[in-house]
Design a binder for this molecule. Structure first.
Ligand code: TGC
Ligand code: FAD
Length: 394
């Protein structure tokens, strides 16, 4: 076999594309081509402006069939977990905000409706969400209850007439101010329940969170629920307490395990290209041992991360994943992607801090990814409890 010499595609080292079936490869190519044509040229401007045309992009992604793509009815394509994973990889190779849009729509809002919603709720909303003609959001976190959602204060009270009255606040909600529906988790007299809240309902307000320095090409909002009156059938009938909300998180966390390897791939590709061309002391910087060590560390972490994602994807397809397996993947791969982004940033020297290259954007985005969908600490505690049998949360 001929040895490699001077590549810029980090997948070549581990022959990672060989892991994919034809169908998985087609999904990746479809999304990559849409992103190259319509999205990638605008990303650094959107990031700088703190803007994302969510509705337009949702329609574009809906036409590709990637919204709720693991669901197999209500207009969804019924793809396997690794196909979903590689789509997340391609999206996050462009920007974590795009993968977030797809995570929140498909893995959180649509998954919650499909798993816990009534027939009427599913029929009314799932096909429109799958086409990207409607946008959803998922409100679990509150200003005083993030890592510990069991401490939520949002309440839902039954009125004598049978309606529900919702009061409270939800914080850091992706897509909040553009969504048509919010899946809102609230405390009732009998435990935590989920509600389908049309965002036009009186008493519902969404206010964007300003001055974010991460995920700037993504909308993040606070939801205010001030006496939101909903009919009796707004409740998701099959929810059984907080565990139902946490089950949705497993789906979105799975997408992140693949997604962050896309951001890592883009950083590594950019650093490799730069190392080939940038000269210092009369030589390409890629010819220096120290830069080679950094590139090798990045390539090793990237290859391991992709292999872990695929292992978890195969398990999910065959037998389903246990929550601690999902946590292991998020713990390992987000951390690996952040490390790769930091090393890539350094390889570009001063150029690494500008939006002329994608690296600093990925680096800043990954700081949010480390925190949302369960912080790095929370996933440490989940895996720690699985390994030792001892819970160290309190
Ligand atoms: P705990 O007593 O451990 O569990 C309560 C019930 O839930 C069950 N459970 C799970 N079920 C399915 N999947 C999981 N991952 C589960 N984790 C727990 C558990 O078995 C129990 O069931 P039952 O029948 O015995 O009642 O609950 P706890 O209150 O001690 O909390 C545990 C903890 C800290 C691990 C959990 O609350 C947690 O994961 N906290 C992190 C919160 C989080 O991740 N929030 C994310 C919000 S959404 C978001 O960030 C979207 S970002 C946008 C994007 O994705 O792009
Ligand atoms: P806290 O829970 O206050 O944690 C603060 C620090 O304390 C962290 O370092 C944490 O790890 C640590 N900590 C907490 N508990 C422990 C413990 N037991 N042991 C050790 N350390 C601990 N939420 C949604 O519901 N829907 C969304 O769409 C959504 N989108 C988001 C988008 C963005 C850009 C961001 C940044 C967040 C989003 N979130 C969303 C919220 C996200 O899930 C929370 O930020 C996250 O769960 C952490 O909660 P917190 O910010 O309140 O931090």
């Amino acid at each position: 076999m001929t040895p490699m010499a001077g590549v810029t595609d980090p997948d070549l080292l581990g022959d990672l594309s060989g892991l994919l079936t034809d169908e998985q490869r087609q999904f990746a190519a479809l999304v990559r081509s849409y992103l190259d044509d319509q999205i990638r040229p605008h990303l650094s401007d959107w990031f700088e402006a703190g803007h994302l045309p969510v509705r337009e992009i949702a329609r574009g992604l809906g036409s590709l069939g990637v919204l709720g793509m693991q669901l197999s009815d209500y207009g969804c394509v019924g793809a396997d977990p690794i196909s979903y994973g590689v789509v997340c990889t391609e999206l996050e190779a462009a920007d974590s905000g795009l993968r977030s849009l797809v995570s929140v729509t498909g893995s959180l809002a649509m998954f919650a409706l499909r798993t816990y919603g009534s027939q009427q709720q599913r029929t009314e909303w799932l096909p429109a969400l799958a086409r990207g003609e409607a946008v959803g959001c998922f409100g679990l976190t509150e200003p005083d209850a993030g890592s510990d959602p069991a401490a939520m204060r949002t309440t839902a009270h039954r009125t004598p007439g049978g309606d529900w009255l919702l009061n409270g606040r939800k914080m850091w909600i992706t897509n909040g101010s553009v969504a048509d529906i919010a899946i809102v988790w609230a405390r009732t007299e009998t435990g935590i329940a989920g509600f389908l809240v049309p965002t036009g309902t009186p008493g519902f307000t969404a206010v964007d969170i300003p001055r974010k320095m991460s995920l700037r090409a993504s909308i993040t909002s606070e939801l205010i629920l001030d006496g939101v009156r909903l009919p009796a059938d707004a409740v998701l009938p099959d929810v059984r307490g907080l565990g139902s909300a946490l089950t949705c998180l497993n789906e979105a966390r799975f997408g992140i395990i693949f997604g962050v390897m896309g951001a890592a791939r883009d950083c590594l590709t950019t650093a490799l290209e730069y190392a080939h061309t940038r000269q210092a002391f009369g030589r390409p910087i890629g010819s220096f041992q120290l830069q080679q060590r950094a590139l090798v560390e990045m390539a090793a972490a990237y290859t391991s991360g992709v292999l872990l994602a695929h292992r978890l994807g195969s398990l999910k397809a065959r037998q389903g994943l246990r929550p601690e397996q999902v946590s292991l993947g998020k713990f390992a791969n987000v951390s690996a992607a952040l490390g790769i982004a930091r090393q890539a940033r350094a390889i570009l020297g001063g150029s690494g801090i500008t939006l002329d290259y994608p690296i600093v954007r990925h680096l800043l985005n990954l700081e949010s990814v480390l925190t949302y969908e369960g912080t790095h600490d929370i996933h440490t505690l989940i895996v720690g409890a699985a390994l030792t049998g001892e819970r160290a949360f309190t």
